[in-house]
Design a protein around this ligand. Structure first.
Ligand SMILES: Nc1nc2c(ncn2[C@@H]2O[C@H](COP(=O)(O)OP(=O)(O)OP(=O)(O)O)[C@@H](O)[C@H]2O)c(=O)[nH]1
Ligand SMILES: [Mg+2]
Length: 446
């Protein structure tokens, strides 16, 4: 009994020693492996762990995935450094040279593999839209490149081009090569780009001559007037536009200064917005002398169209008696086409069109859209996109707040931000909506 008991103790001790030895070797070998891997990474080579991750933004096959499919993690981690500023840690892409051969010309394999990473998530029924002449081709090309680089290369929304003349082959070739979505080209019918029969041609001519004498910008232009009327009442009714619910208007020679990280169309759809802007200002009074009188007449004739919680406070300082000339700058707009096609908007446009101010004055589509949005929509349906940094000669919207600008990799000069300067109406928009102004706005007032 005693001898059997001793043998058991010896066996227990032997097992314990063996287990300890095993644990020692295993833990030691783990330590070695970690140290070696760290050494390789520093030298710039690849490791097992890294090659299992996606090589770079939008690796091969990504472009063919439906947008709903979740793509690999694409953003490098963002972290705060010692000073609390945002910094982005960027690693060189992993993958060996054999798997990713240098592609120096379009004929080489994998030429366009790394350029486009498709954003996950749903797409809205939306399109970009540009009214342009054939001669605008290089200016619109510049705009498209900006929009694609900062946003659409990851979303691939369509682009509709409209013109009062047929687009030529160069225009189509250049623009379709730049747009990542489908491109469509529409010719505007004559009735949407001409004088309505009720316009007194003599009277209209005298106005143009008078405005030319007084050096009112575009005052003597007939085509500019057709353009303003078309943008006010017809672009959303073109057959190509009937396919869509949301639009984003893009003009030639604009700039986008920051990455757009989310889908603005989706913001519109999911938060019930119908109209949006990035810049607002006072209209040149000489061009819209009787626009408010016409608007008041419309309000009287159609009280049923005026929204209960409207933005009259943005448009008027005396509760609607007179217009303060504030408007959203319509060379940028993201909006809902169904709203523009709705009875309230159409009744407003037709009432203005009958009054003839597109030709007897020089009413712009910006005040027309703005007054319509201000009166026919509830406040909650109008959105200010602080994140979309934008320039159209001569004004800049550069997001207020350094944190935002760094995170969005903006390249605009914050000093040029127009938002809080005296001639902007954006401050008023914040006030009537009870939105707190962003930190630092006081330093950008002049
Ligand atoms: N097809 C066509 N498009 C036009 C015509 N006139 C203007 N446009 C377009 O209408 C939009 C507004 O015209 P712009 O000339 O940019 O007018 P603006 O923005 O008031 O003035 P700018 O300071 O010159 O930009 C742009 O997208 C132009 O390309 C025209 O006669 N035909
Ligand atoms: Mg323009």
């Amino acid at each position: 009994m005693m001898a059997g008991g001793n043998a058991r103790y010896v066996r227990y001790i032997a097992i314990a020693i063996f287990t300890l030895a095993l644990f020692y070797f295993v833990s030691n070998s783990k330590y070695d492996a970690a140290a070696i891997r760290a050494g390789i990474t520093k030298a710039g080579g690849s490791t097992q762990t890294e090659t299992q991750q996606p090589p770079t933004d939008g690796s091969s096959g990504d472009t063919k995935q439906p947008p709903q499919q979740k793509p690999p993690q694409q953003k490098p981690p963002v972290k705060n450094n010692k000073d609390g500023e945002i910094s982005t840690t960027k690693k060189p892409p992993a993958g060996d040279a054999k798997e990713y051969p240098l592609a120096l010309s379009p004929e080489d394999p994998k030429w366009d593999v790394d350029l486009v990473g498709i954003a996950p998530g749903p797409r809205m029924n939306a399109t970009f839209v540009s009214l342009a002449r054939n001669s605008d081709v290089w200016d619109i090309a510049r705009s498209i490149r900006q929009v694609e680089d900062r946003f659409n290369r990851r979303y691939n929304y369509d682009w509709v081009f409209l013109n009062d003349k047929p687009f030529d082959a160069t225009f189509k070739k250049v623009t379709s090569s730049l747009v990542s979505g489908n491109t469509y080209y529409g010719e505007i019918p004559k009735e949407h780009w001409s004088f309505p029969e009720w316009i007194d041609q003599e009277k209209a001519k005298k106005v143009r001559e008078d405005m030319a004498e007084r050096n009112i910008i575009y005052g003597d232009s007939i085509s500019y007037r057709h353009m303003c009327r078309f943008e006010s009442g017809f672009f959303f009714r073109q057959p190509l536009m009937l396919n869509y619910e949301y639009y984003w208007r893009v003009e030639p020679s604009i700039e986008l200064y920051c990455d757009i990280h989310y889908d603005p169309f989706r913001v519109m759809a999911e938060t019930g917005k119908k109209y949006s802007f990035v810049l607002s200002l006072y209209e040149y009074v000489e061009t819209i002398k009787t626009l408010w009188d016409s608007t008041k007449k419309f309000m009287k004739n159609h009280p049923e169209h005026i929204a209960e919680d409207n933005s009259m406070g943005f448009l008027s300082d005396d509760n609607g008696d007179s217009y303060n000339h504030c408007h959203f700058w319509s060379n940028f707009e993201i909006g809902n086409l169904d709203w523009l096609r709705s009875k309230p908007y159409m009744d407003y446009f037709e009432s203005l069109d009958q009054d003839g101010g597109f030709f007897y004055e020089r009413w712009g589509d910006a005040p027309v859209h703005s007054i319509a949005a201000g009166l026919l929509l509830n406040k909650s349906e109008i959105h200010f996109f602080n994140d979309i940094a934008y320039w159209h000669v001569p004004f800049t919207h550069c997001p207020t707040g350094e944190k935002t600008r760094l995170a969005l990799q903006c390249h605009c000069n914050p000093k040029e931000n127009f938002d809080w300067k005296g001639y902007s109406c954006t401050s008023r928009f914040f006030d009537i909506n009870g939105i707190a102004k962003p930190e630092g706005y006081e330093n950008q007032q002049d």
